[in-house]
Write a protein that binds this ligand. Structure first.
Ligand code: SF4
Ligand code: SF4
Length: 273
């Protein structure tokens, strides 16, 4: 609500996809490393039609956030979000480096971390989504992600996306990607930065693979607005603009979606407005 997602702003009802208590979901079995089930949000599972509105932007863990990430993180329970993020690795607290500034506590949107009475950092893994906000704000480097298996995170998102999309008739799915205010980092941080490239427009397709590929192709390094690069980020000089920012190839998730037979990367752009 404090990020502007209100019924007043959106002009439509907002429903809690897993129910008010977060306990309404359907578990689908999958088999990808430690990711063995996907909890599809109950109201998503029950819906007749999926219109997937996504904001295209960069992302620290997978390079790119668009239609796939919107489904994989947005249509499931906290448990599944945690298990997908956990494919990247675990979080370790290093007490000798910690200054107890508590920035990590303030950065957590899930009430998942705290210091106990002995001053030891504790994570409530029931609530934790492994989003790594705590890791990234820590000025002392006291929280460390061990593993950094980013390819597994991207693949896990594609596996999850398939589990969600399989609950719909393919004829009842439509993806709309907004390539507007394209920022370096994900909206889940609750803040924004200047745009990385000029606004491009809106892309739409029933094919998630095609719309993701077309969106990524449209975000071109030659259009980079350097003011949009967050402080502390160094461009690597190799690959897609998002890869240069975050060091992760954003096409991995697109390739994986195609391998899972969710669509094709070939596309033709048709201008409608
Ligand atoms: S942000 Fe880092 S240094 Fe500050 S309390 Fe958390 S772990 Fe310790
Ligand atoms: S990883 Fe995310 S959800 Fe988990 S404790 Fe850190 S900030 Fe909170």
């Amino acid at each position: 609500e404090n990020r502007g997602y209100t019924e007043y702003n959106l002009g439509c009802p907002i429903l809690e996809a897993c129910g008010h208590l977060g306990k309404y979901f359907y578990t689908k079995n999958v088999d990808y490393k430690t990711l063995q089930h996907i909890d599809v949000a109950g109201l998503i599972n029950d819906a007749d039609v999926l219109i997937n509105l996504s904001h295209v932007k960069g992302h620290g863990s997978c390079g790119y956030g668009g239609a796939c990430k919107n489904i994989a993180m947005g249509c499931v329970t906290d448990r599944t979000r945690y298990e997908i993020h956990s494919l990247e690795g675990g979080i370790t607290w290093q007490p000798d480096l910690c200054t107890h500034c508590e920035q990590c506590i303030a950065a957590c949107n899930h009430n998942a971390n705290r210091f106990d009475e002995q001053g030891v950092y504790q994570v409530n893994y029931h609530n934790c989504t492994a989003c790594q906000h705590c890791v990234k704000v820590c000025p002392a480097g006291a929280l460390v992600l061990t593993g950094q298996h980013y390819l597994d995170f991207q693949t896990g998102m594609a596996v999850c996306t398939k589990a969600v999309l399989d609950t719909f008739d393919p004829a009842d799915i439509y993806h709309i990607n907004f390539l507007i205010a394209i920022t370096a980092v994900c909206d889940c941080w609750g803040m924004t930065t200047p745009s990385l490239v000029p606004d491009i427009g809106i892309m739409a397709s029933p094919d998630i693979v095609a719309v993701e590929k077309a969106s990524l192709d449209a975000v071109k390094i030659e259009n980079l607005i350097r003011n949009g690069i967050p402080t502390g980020h160094e461009m690597t000089g190799q690959g897609h603009l998002f890869e240069q920012l975050h060091g992760k190839n954003p096409f991995v998730q697109v390739n994986e979606l195609e391998r899972l037979d969710l669509g094709r990367q070939e596309y033709e752009l048709e201008k409608v407005l």
